[in-house]
Design a protein around this ligand. Sequence first.
Ligand code: PLP
Length: 398
Amino acid sequence: PRKLADRLSAVAPSATLAMAAQAARLRSQGHKVYPFSVGEPDFEPPRHVLDAAKAAIDKGVSHYTAVTGTPELKAAICAATERDRGYRPAPNEITVSCGAKHALFNVALGLYEPGDEVVIPAPYWVSYPEQVRIVGATPVIVETREDQGFRMDAASLERAITERTKAIILCTPSNPTGSAYAESDLRALLDVVRRHDLWLVVDEIYADLTYDGFRHVSVPAMAEDLRSRTIIISGVSKTYAMTGWRIGWSITPPELSKVLDVVQSQSTTNATAVAQVAAAAALSGPQDAVREMRDAFAKRRDRMVEGLRSLPGVRCRMPEGAFYAFADVRGLYGIPYKNGTIQTDLDVAMWLLEEAHVASVAGTPFGAPGYVRFSYACSEGDIEGGIEAIRAAATAAR
Ligand code: PLP
């Protein structure tokens, strides 16, 4: 047959999923594997959400909906955005998709063209640069520093901008670092966005998971004048432990929503009807479960970071949000492993899995060699057990 499209030849498959597959293999051999690689809450969605979905099935919610989401879900998103983020979008600014990842992909199709450059601070969520590549545009990676909280500053952003720059993608709180931009950090970046007439994409999927009173501030709530160039990405996956329901959305200027409607009408049509009912129930119903999950994550964060810091050769910054600890593991290089020694973060992640049965994700796929991401979306018992397993493996190896 004739050859496959070139489009994907330079695109990497998801590294996070590869590690999960390896961990699943060990588990199937009967081993206990500490699950620090996962990117989803271990909780169940709130009971009332599941009840609303069941009732919807019985009521016959089984058909196509409007392409960009039901009026009920859009109204729930508008109200929840006002309640939780301090500004009220209009329904025609909302595009409901099959998860935030899909929302980001639609935005990539609607906004970036070959020749465009899209600025992405590293460490980055793996899908940002790959989605930019899939549509033929060029990711421009800006390194950030741990001692600056892994936050891109205005000067670094300014240096990365050329006449081809189309957009910037920010993730706050961040996967993989858990670091978040305070209002003052954002203000400095917004000045640059304004001056250079750029689009700003802000992925807020972890915005409800911040700790120690850290206040997430949404760009549209602080800069009304930038609403015509700001794209907000969010969803129910992380806040309500609803990863499998696949509901996420973008909030964009109506000109872009119209394009996203076209993209989606020619690809997936609407997100699953019942899932839209469940998402609306999650957003509109009691929010106690969100607070309870956040409190549990806060405790786990402290355990994970304290545990990692207690390991010789590991350093770890205290993250403001999400459910990841991002540790500098370069102090583990040199530990004997297989026929040689540990030399990279990829070696560390493999060593952790094989010698300590701890699943993690190496920093390199996130654009951060020398680091490893540890998810704490698991029980405190697992966190303690995993840390002690690492300590034992390190002691045995040295
Ligand atoms: N954005 C970030 C930063 C994420 O970490 C994830 C999931 O891991 C997503 C988006 C995708 O979320 P969804 O499940 O809504 O597609």
